[in-house]
Every structure is written in C-alpha cells, then in structure tokens.
Design a protein around this ligand. Structure first.
Ligand code: ADP
Length: 351
C-alpha cells in the first residue's frame, strides 16, 4: 500500500502557478486517498483565474504518476471563486468565516516601512467617523495580520489583552474601533518565527475564533511583501478590495506593483493607491518632495487603479501613531486628517 504521506510530500514539488510556494503549504490539499495502486487527490483552490486549477491538476497528475507503485491517478480540483472582482464570486466563504462583517478591505504594500499600518489605522478611524454620521452604524474593525511587525494596537492606544467569552476571543476596542492583532496575544519578549503554512492557519483560526460581531467594515493590515503570505491571506479571508500603499520613490514602483498583482490573480479589485510621505509642507505652504515624486501616480497607472490620496510627511502623523492617538482622532480638522477622510470616502464609494 502506498503511504499517503509519501504522496503528500511529493506534492510539495508542485508550486502554485506564478508563485514560489507549493500547493501543500498553501493548504490546497483537501484529501488524499489510496486504494491498492490507485490514488485520488482532491484539492480546493480559490481563484478567479480558471487556468490555475487546470495547471495544478496536470502538475499533480504528473508528480503522483511518477511515484513508484502508483497505477491509476485521479485528481479533482474544486474551484471556489473569490468574493468580489469581476468573476461573480460567491459569498459562501465570507458567510462561513466572518458572517457579521459586511466589507473587508485589505491594506497592502510591497515592502515594510512605507506607512501601511499608519494608513490602515487612520482609514479605519476616518471610516468610523463617516459611517457613524450616516446612521445604521454597526462598527469598524482592524484585523492586524502584519504578523511580522504588528503595530496596530500601539497605534490605536490599545494595551489591554483580549478577553475570552463563550470560547471566543473578544477584541479590545478604542475610539469605538475593534482591534485584533497577534501583538495582543504574544509576549513582547518572545519573538514569533512564522513559517508560511503557520501564517495561513493562524489567520484562519484567528478570523474564526474572534468574536467580531457585526461590522460595516473590516480593515485588514496585511504583512508587507509581494507574494505567498499575502496570497494565502487573501485566499483565507474573503477580501472585497485592496488599497496599495507606496511612497513617492519611483524605485518603489516595481515592488508595489508586484505586490498588487497578487490581488489580480485572485480577482480582488484594487480600490486605489495611496501615496504616503508624499511631501513635507513648509510653513509658507510650499512643498518639499523629500522622497522624490511620481511613485504613487506610476503605481496607480501600472495597476489601472485610481490614486486616491497623497499623504504628507507630517510629524503629527508620526506622533499620533507613537502616542496611540491617530491624527484622525486627535486632530480631525488638520490637513492630513482631511486627506485620510477623503480617502476613506472614496474607498467606501468604490465598494
Ligand atoms: P509599515 O506598516 O508600512 O511598516 P508604519 O505605518 O509602521 O509602516 O510606519 C513606519 C513609521 O513611519 C512609523 O513610525 C510611522 O509613525 C511613520 N509614518 C508613517 N506615515 C507617516 C507620515 N505620513 N508622516 C510621518 N510619519 C509617518
């Protein structure tokens, strides 16, 4: 009898089309069954690109056929269309994983340090304010999935640990916004070393076991990067659209665009590009372009998405993040806060 584990480990040679990660670590294998020399493999893949399951199927057939002692091979790839996008995906995934959440918006960047978490936090606060003023308000939440450098709780002034109620984690909140982050569960002193498959599991466990309740919008702060971890997350969470954060350096255009292509692969629409640290405003109103110019515009053009905001480099933005009082809360009438508010409105309209 052929050992299923031999098959599973052979399948690690099959990469997800266009990515360096394999289909096993992506969690696509649903079942492997062996009867005599016959092997059946069942997989599930979430994508809007119908060539992906075909490519996976033929690679799986090839790899399993090459295993000693294997006779018949049957491979079944179930295709689940992602929510959102133009392919007319279903709502099933969202119903099962986050039933009370109306809209999920991912905030992503190609690399770290561009201000993605600052944008996530201020967008959430600006959306909260906007939605509250419109009535029939349920709430806004931030799901900090930046497991490598979770900074959202600090930026939101949240220090309390989540409580457990009815075997579910109750997310703490501040300024009326619910926040869940790995930083609230692990100790500052004990760094967590994440490997690809762990991320996938952690996030889906996290989404399922947190009592988010009813939310109008959930902002998901994704880890920075251009590929595999982000793809896993987008496959796990039913994302309605993504906002790409970048800086004005033109050298950053490629890395920002590469990260964003991942969303196209799974048919998640890019709602817009936010250029952060765009300029420094002098007291006389003139602008200094410390980090260059054009990065946001070119990224937007490359992605055929709108440039939805240019956020200045501003000491009050930085101080707000450090103090745990985002500028949109501390100084809602300041120029930078108005830019976040306008971006929030544009994003909500685009959904
Ligand atoms: P990322 O999530 O992309 O790693 P962060 O949001 O953590 O980046 O921001 C990195 C640092 O830059 C933080 O100290 C933050 O306060 C600061 N920062 C982000 N955006 C701005 C801005 N527009 N003006 C001033 N400081 C900013």
């Amino acid at each position: 009898m052929i050992d299923k584990e031999i098959i599973r480990s052979a399948l690690k040679a099959v990469k997800y089309p266009g990515f360096s990660r394999d289909i096993v670590s992506f969690g696509l294998i649903e079942d492997i069954s062996v009867s005599g020399s016959s092997v059946s493999v069942r997989l599930q893949v979430t994508t809007g690109d119908e060539t992906v399951p075909l490519k996976i199927k033929s690679s799986v057939e090839e790899v399993v056929n090459a295993i000693d002692g294997v006779g018949d091979v049957s491979v079944e790839v179930a295709l689940q269309k992602p929510k959102g996008g133009t392919s007319g995906g279903t709502n099933e995934q969202k119903e099962s994983i986050l039933p009370g959440v109306k809209r999920i918006i991912a905030v992503a960047s190609g690399k770290g340090g561009v201000g993605k978490s600052t944008v996530s936090v201020n967008l959430a606060c600006a959306m909260d304010r906007l939605l509250r003023s419109q009535g029939d308000y349920k709430g806004v939440g931030i799901f900090d999935c930046d497991i490598y450098g979770p900074s959202v709780p600090l930026m939101m002034g949240i220090t309390s640990r989540p409580e457990i109620d009815n075997e579910k984690i109750v997310p703490p909140s501040n300024y009326g916004i619910k926040v869940m982050s790995m930083a609230l569960l692990v100790d500052d002193e004990s760094p967590v070393i994440w490997r690809g498959p762990m991320i996938n599991n952690a996030i889906s466990q996290f989404a399922k076991n947190v009592d988010w309740g009813q939310l109008d919008v959930m902002i998901v702060d994704l880890p920075p990067g251009t590929g595999d971890a982000q793809l896993s997350l987008v496959q796990t969470l039913p994302v309605d659209g993504a906002v790409i954060v970048t800086t004005p350096q033109t050298a950053a255009v490629n890395v920002a665009t590469r990260g964003a292509r991942m969303f196209e692969k799974v048919n998640v629409p890019i709602l817009g590009v936010c250029e952060n640290m765009s300029y420094l405003e002098n007291p006389d109103g003139s602008r200094m372009h410390i980090f260059g110019e054009g990065g946001g515009k070119w990224t937007a053009e490359a992605l055929e998405a709108p440039l939805i905001g240019e956020v200045p480099l501003d000491s009050e933005i930085r101080e707000g993040s450090d103090r745990g009082i985002p500028i949109t809360i501390a100084y809602p009438d300041s120029k930078p806060a108005k830019i976040y508010q306008a971006m929030a409105a544009t994003i909500l309209q685009g959904l």
